[in-house]
Write a protein that binds this ligand. Structure first.
Ligand SMILES: Cc1ncc(COP(=O)(O)O)c(C=O)c1O
Length: 315
């Protein structure tokens, strides 16, 4: 992905972030539909597009002098962002403390610790994710970040987050000259969608944009939250980075269809992803059918299916 700012900080394993494959779906797209291309972000070092965000956030903070080597980065996390931050912090000589909970998978705690993080576990009580638990995690992270030589990474507010995803758009424009007609992206914070679009536009492409969300918690289309099991998405009625004026539409996809798509994708296309990948590919195929031949739809496999083994999608 190159070295943002040419600072020479993107060394060691950080140089393996980005330049992920863009693959065309061969079997799952009906005859007579547009082409569907998938950016395989599970190929990043921690298996997620979060690595792009983490390197942008932490190199940005170092370059501004907001942190110095030896300082402690703090974030509350369900594990994927935490693993990416732990990985990047270690290479940049920063410490990382994650406020985590036993409501999330233990393998994510282990991954953060493998990269040298200190993981503080907020008890969930019964293993479920509730707004009360998330509030408690956030408050604990904010309190820790008040300490001297501590820095709050701010995955829900830092402008470095969408900036980090711009590399994804630039790579897609290079891999698919002329760019896609449509870009379909599942929304959590909206950072990946906005950053990818910015990277595409900076490279001269200007696709129509479709935001994707689970129908069970269709916050963008209905504003009504609901219980759902697609990790990382549908986190807010007002995603912090999302500018709704860039959207042509929002597609709400039923989660069971997305999970079934994950299994089919793995078995027929060899694309291995999690629930948000399933949402994205369902929406992209729907778009491709509506568009017809002679067009190209791009979507994202946000992270690797390896992160979901043992969970409800693949067992
Ligand atoms: C697996 C997964 N998919 C999708 C998203 C949504 O990305 P964004 O927050 O950039 O909208 C996330 C974010 O946490 C995620 O972890």
């Amino acid at each position: 992905m190159g070295d943002p700012g040419g600072s020479g900080r993107v060394t060691g394993g950080l140089a393996a972030i980005g330049r992920t494959p863009l693959v065309r779906l061969e079997h799952l797209v009906p005859h007579g539909a547009a082409e569907v291309w998938v950016k395989v972000e599970g190929a990043n070092p921690t298996g997620s597009y979060k690595d792009r965000m983490a390197v942008a956030v932490l190199t940005g903070a170092l370059e501004r002098g907001d942190v110095e080597p030896g300082d402690t980065v703090v974030e509350y996390t369900g594990g994927s962002t935490g693993t990416a931050l732990a990985f990047v912090a270690g290479v940049l000589g920063l410490r990382f403390t994650a406020v985590f909970s036993d409501a999330f998978s233990d393998s994510k705690r282990q991954a953060m610790e493998a990269f040298g993080a200190t993981v503080l576990v907020e008890p969930s009580g019964d293993g479920t994710i509730t707004t009360e638990l998330i509030d408690r995690m956030r408050q604990r992270a904010h309190a820790l970040a008040e300490a001297p030589h501590a820095y709050y990474a701010d995955q829900f507010g830092s402008p470095d987050v969408p900036r980090g995803y711009a590399t994804m758009g630039a790579e897609i424009a290079e891999q698919l000259p002329g760019g896609p007609d449509v870009l379909c992206v599942a929304v959590g914070t909206g950072g990946a969608l906005m950053g990818t679009l910015a990277g595409l536009r900076a490279s001269g492409a200007d696709p129509a944009v479709v935001a994707v969300e689970p129908a069970e918690s269709a916050l963008l289309t209905t504003g009504v939250p609901g219980a759902h099991r697609v990790e990382g998405v549908a986190v807010s009625v007002d995603p912090p980075f999302l500018d709704r004026t860039v959207l042509r539409e929002v597609r709400a996809i039923e989660q069971d269809r997305a999970f079934e798509m994950c299994r089919t994708l793995a078995r027929t296309e060899g694309v291995f992803g999690g629930g948000s990948t399933g949402l994205n590919v369902c929406a992209a195929i729907d778009e491709a059918v509506a568009l017809g031949p002679g067009h190209r739809v791009v979507t994202i496999a946000c992270d690797s299916g390896l992160k979901y083994l043992g969970g409800h999608i693949y067992s």
